[in-house]
Design a protein around this ligand. Structure first.
Ligand code: NAI
Length: 340
């Protein structure tokens, strides 16, 4: 009799694995490895038929070339930048993602950050709690009034710039349209026609889009092309007093440019859900500025811990969908959402 196929969850989920067992229990033996680094996988993945991988570990050539039976690596998420796709392809191992589990939540978060920043919600709440009631620039008491945050401008008609018009970018565009904003996007890989379907504007170059933006919201993948695409020079192209939202991947922004951009007022605010290194070091200049009550970024920067995707429903979706992908691989069925 042949051995029961093994499926492992490399990282992140290590509870009773109830959702996964419901899907896979009759066809595979399931184990959660709780890996924190690739080293933790040594001797534990070589014979598995499928690997479920979240975001705490990367799979590089070092691991991939030891996989003897693997029929699928499935990323519990959209971004696949933590898997060496080319090596997996060279070894004949498909890599799939779960593209749709949290699109709405990420879009909602991008809009939540946009509204919180542009309406001054975060700024006023943060300053009031800190006991700061002086009007910026004048030093006069602002008291318990809007003057704490003045001047704010109306959103209607201002440009909301979407960089990357994929699933999430499109969902964000629809939400920003509902706010009455003038939605424009830059996405060199999106075929013509989506601007008409969504009723938004295409802008041909990133520079041109940045130059007219009130809010820039990033929704592209992290690739060699997009790495640090939003650096000090790109931010300088945005109008003074504009806002930057990043719920895509930390590496798309050169975050070391943010403290100065916020301090000078060039950026009026930033909402950052993703950082190049997660969790970040406590000494990272962005975190130092954000924590320091005397730094302007303190009240103008919203940081969240790569949580834009999160809802209980989305989490369950992702667990069921990764398990379903493994089930298809174990049973030799056609795979879905293969990205390499
Ligand atoms: P998608 O693949 O549907 O869309 C990405 C879009 O970016 C595509 O239309 C593509 O043509 C475009 N793009 C590629 N290169 C580009 C470039 N150089 N400039 C402009 N656009 C470019 O992906 P989806 O599902 O919309 O996800 C978007 C981003 O959100 C990804 O980076 C993903 O990793 C991230 N994400 C973040 C989450 C969070 O919790 N913060 C959760 C889920 C996704």
């Amino acid at each position: 009799m042949s051995e029961t196929p093994q499926v492992v969850i490399a990282d992140f989920f290590c509870d009773q694995l109830e959702p996964e067992r419901k899907v896979l229990g009759d066809v595979a033996r399931l184990t959660a490895l709780r890996a924190r680094s690739e080293d933790d996988l040594v001797g534990r993945v070589e014979e598995v038929e499928a690997i479920i991988l979240y975001h705490e570990v990367s799979l590089t050539r070092r691991t991939i070339e030891r996989l003897r039976r693997c029929k699928l690596i499935v990323r519990g998420g959209v971004g696949v930048d933590n898997v060496d796709l080319a090596t997996a392809r060279a070894y004949g191992i498909p890599v799939a993602n779960v593209p749709d589990y949290g699109s709405e939540e990420v879009a909602d978060t991008a809009i939540a950050m946009t509204l919180s920043l542009t309406r001054g919600v975060h700024f006023m709440n943060s300053r009031l709690r800190a006991g700061e009631n002086r009007v910026e620039g004048t030093g006069q008491e602002g008291g318990w009034s809007y003057s704490l945050v003045a001047p704010l401008v109306r959103l209607r008609g201002r440009t909301f710039a979407v960089v990357g018009l994929g699933r999430i970018g499109s969902a964000v565009a629809l939400r920003a349209k509902a706010l009455g904003m003038d939605v424009a996007f830059y996405d060199p890989y999106k075929p013509d026609g989506y601007e008409k379907a969504l009723g938004i504007r295409r802008v041909e170059t990133l520079d041109a889009l940045l130059a007219e933006s009130f809010v820039v919201s990033l929704h592209c993948p992290l690739t060699d092309e997009t790495r640090q695409m939003i650096d000090a020079a790109a931010i300088a192209r945005m109008p003074r007093g504009s806002y930057l939202i990043n719920t895509s991947r930390g590496g798309v922004v050169d975050v070391s440019a943010l403290p100065d951009a916020l301090a000078s007022g060039h950026l009026a605010g930033a909402g950052i859900d993703v950082l190049p290194q997660e969790p970040p070091s406590a000494e990272h200049p962005l975190l130092v500025a954000w924590r320091d009550p005397n730094h302007p970024a303190h009240h103008r920067l919203i940081l969240t811990p790569h949580a834009a995707f999160y809802s209980e429903e989305g989490l369950l979706d992702i667990r069921i969908k990764t398990a379903e992908a493994c089930r298809r691989a174990v049973l030799g069925m056609e795979l879905r959402n293969v990205v390499n």
